[in-house]
Design a protein around this ligand. Structure first.
Ligand SMILES: [Zn+2]
Length: 369
């Protein structure tokens, strides 16, 4: 027991004594003198060597983040070491700065525009050529988004839409009203239609339906048909397909919640078609319905007199069997439309026309199946 304790004391004494002993090590070939038991970090300081980590750079070599690259490399006599390792006399430390990390390059294929062509005229549309959008493949930095290479991977080809009218064997016409429901004018129009015993189609705006759900229910309750005229009525030809789809779906779901049936017919804002609108109508299961007779009732201002209102009559328009007539029950002053409607219905009846909804027209044409 005594012998062991003596040995421990002797050891401690000798270690204390050794702390005053200088040793020589080499950092990147430079000789430095350190106390016995010193660590690699002290050797680096003594040699004035401060190996930095590499930088994060982009593919062009520009520095994105200093020091975010690979860490510096340290070796002690050829083996990897850390700054806390102890050095022994004659040790050789090599300190190498970290190498840079180049940001990852991602390859992305994006769709470019697609030419759009409409041929013919009429209330209905069919896709003659679906075409395809152009595609561009780009290589770009994951962090910076910097494009290093861009190449066309597919040339665009036009979507061609044909507008047409159905050849209808009977003198049937469809009255359609856009931009409602409106709390004032829609009920007035419904009153005229009820007294004339006519059923029409109302292309409703989702936001208006949300504001006046009871007016929508009244349209349905009085036997009229409800079409979809987007939700916000703000979509332009530049709108992308997913935005068009969600506007159509939102309105359809709202109409279904209130009436029990989703919408089947859809009309774009201002009648403006685009590849996105055609695809969105198809993906949401809607049939696009435009018009071939425009009463231009939207031009009617409050200041118009009665004679001007009569100019809303469709008698001068190129009316034919199966015509779809455009009017508005919302979106502004529609007093002139209400007055004109009172003249339009008897005038068309006099010409032998009967009024039907789009579903009735479809049924008559045998398109239901
Ligand atoms: Zn509209």
């Amino acid at each position: 027991m005594f012998v062991l304790l003596a040995a421990v004391i002797a050891n401690v004494v000798s270690l204390g004594a050794l702390a005053f002993v200088q040793i020589t090590v080499y950092v990147n070939g430079k000789e430095v003198h350190l106390p016995f038991g010193a660590r690699v970090a002290q050797a680096l300081v003594a040699a004035g060597v401060e190996p930095a980590a590499g930088d994060l750079i982009d593919a062009d070599g520009a520095v994105l983040e200093v020091g975010s690259g690979n860490p510096a490399q340290l070796t002690l006599n050829g083996a990897r070491c850390s700054t806390t390792d102890r050095v022994a006399p004659g040790d050789r430390i090599e300190a190498t700065p970290g190498t840079p990390i180049i940001e990852s390059i991602v390859v992305e294929t994006t769709e470019t525009g697609q030419p759009f062509e409409i041929v013919g005229s009429g209330s209905f549309v069919k896709v003659r050529l679906p075409g395809a959008p152009g595609k561009v493949t780009v290589k770009k930095g994951l962090i910076t988004g910097k494009v290093f290479e861009s190449a066309k991977s597919q040339e665009p080809s036009a979507m061609v839409i044909a507008r047409f009218q159905y050849a209808v064997a009977r003198k049937l016409v469809v009255l359609s009203f856009d931009d409602g429901p409106h709390p004032v004018y829609t009920p007035q129009i419904l009153e005229v239609l009820r007294s004339e015993g006519v059923h029409a189609v109302f292309f409703v705006v989702g936001a208006q339906v949300a504001a006046y759900p009871n007016v929508l229910k009244r349209i349905r309750d009085e036997g009229h048909e409800i079409g979809n005229h987007t939700y916000s009525h703000t979509l332009t030809e530049a709108a992308v397909e997913c935005d068009v789809s969600s506007e159509i779906s939102d309105t359809s779901q709202l109409v279904e919640k209130l009436t029990g049936s989703p919408t089947r017919w859809v009309r774009p804002v201002g009648g403006s078609l685009s590849t996105a609108f055609v695809r969105a109508a198809e993906s949401t299961g809607h049939i696009i319905v435009l018009w071939n007779v425009d009463t231009q009732d939207w031009r009617a201002a409050r200041s118009w007199g009665r004679s001007d209102e009569i100019r809303l009559s469709v008698s001068d328009a190129p009316l034919a069997n199966g015509s779809v007539i455009l009017m508005h029950d919302g979106g502004g002053y529609r007093g002139a439309t209400v007055q004109a409607l009172k003249a339009i219905i008897p005038a068309l009846r006099e010409q032998g026309y009967q009024f039907c909804t789009l579903s009735e027209l479809w049924h008559f044409l045998g398109l239901d199946a």
